[in-house]
Design a binder for this molecule. Structure first.
Ligand code: URA
Length: 211
């Protein structure tokens, strides 16, 4: 496959919530809640192709065959720390999913990802993986995280982010062209510090109230 597949979730609820997140006046509590809500709406779209199979069951009125999830089990994997708010929210939708964590931070000088923690479900090769990182900026951390997932055997990976920059999309497209990206918006560019412009600032700081 050539070229990353990118799905932009243009639903008005997602777009409105994202705009409130962008607003510099939005405080920590509201930002965190909105990040969780947008994540669930992104998951709704990212999980659109989950497999269903008919199951026989009884309603209080009559028995019948009804569609239930039947395909591979799921894994949600957060890139720490900002991805946590996304997996914490999405696991409410898919409570049987296992949750993994990849610790990466961006070296402020080189802007390259530094790997400091890796804890993934042992059976990740048998699961569909939804990797969460709110900001796909340079793409360095996300690409390294996808590589860690592949090294652990993962075969089906989607990357979910709240905001993406063309530079980050291009890196995923180059390194992992089979990985679909699901995002709420694609902003025009990065600034010289690797921040998405106009963006929403540092997602981790805004979620956790740090600076
Ligand atoms: N990470 C963030 O939190 N914000 C950006 O704009 C870029 C990377």
């Amino acid at each position: 496959m050539v070229g990353a597949m990118v799905t932009v979730v243009t639903h008005p609820l997602v777009q409105h919530k994202l705009s409130v997140m962008r607003d510099v006046r939005t405080g920590v509590k509201e930002f965190r809640e909105l990040a969780a809500e947008v994540s669930v709406l992104l998951a709704y779209e990212a999980m659109r192709d989950l497999e269903l199979a008919p199951q026989t069951l009884d309603t209080p009125i009559q028995s019948g065959e009804f569609p239930m999830l039947s395909g591979k089990k799921l894994a949600l994997v957060a890139i720490l720390r900002a991805g946590l708010v996304m997996t914490d929210a999405i696991v409410g939708l898919v409570p049987a999913a296992k949750v993994g964590h990849l610790g990466m931070y961006r070296d402020p000088n080189t802007l390259k990802p530094v790997d400091y923690y890796n804890k993934l479900p042992a059976d990740i090769a048998e699961r569909r993986v939804f990797l969460t990182d709110p900001m796909l900026a340079t793409g360095g951390s996300a690409s390294a995280a996808i590589q860690s997932l592949k090294d652990a055997g993962a075969q089906s990976i989607k990357l979910m982010c709240i905001l993406a920059a063309p530079e980050g999309i291009a890196v995923i497209e180059r390194d992992h062209p089979e990985v679909e990206i699901v995002t709420a918006a694609i902003d025009p560019r990065l600034d010289s510090h690797g921040y998405i412009v106009p963006g929403l600032g540092d997602a981790g700081d805004r979620i956790y109230g740090t600076k």
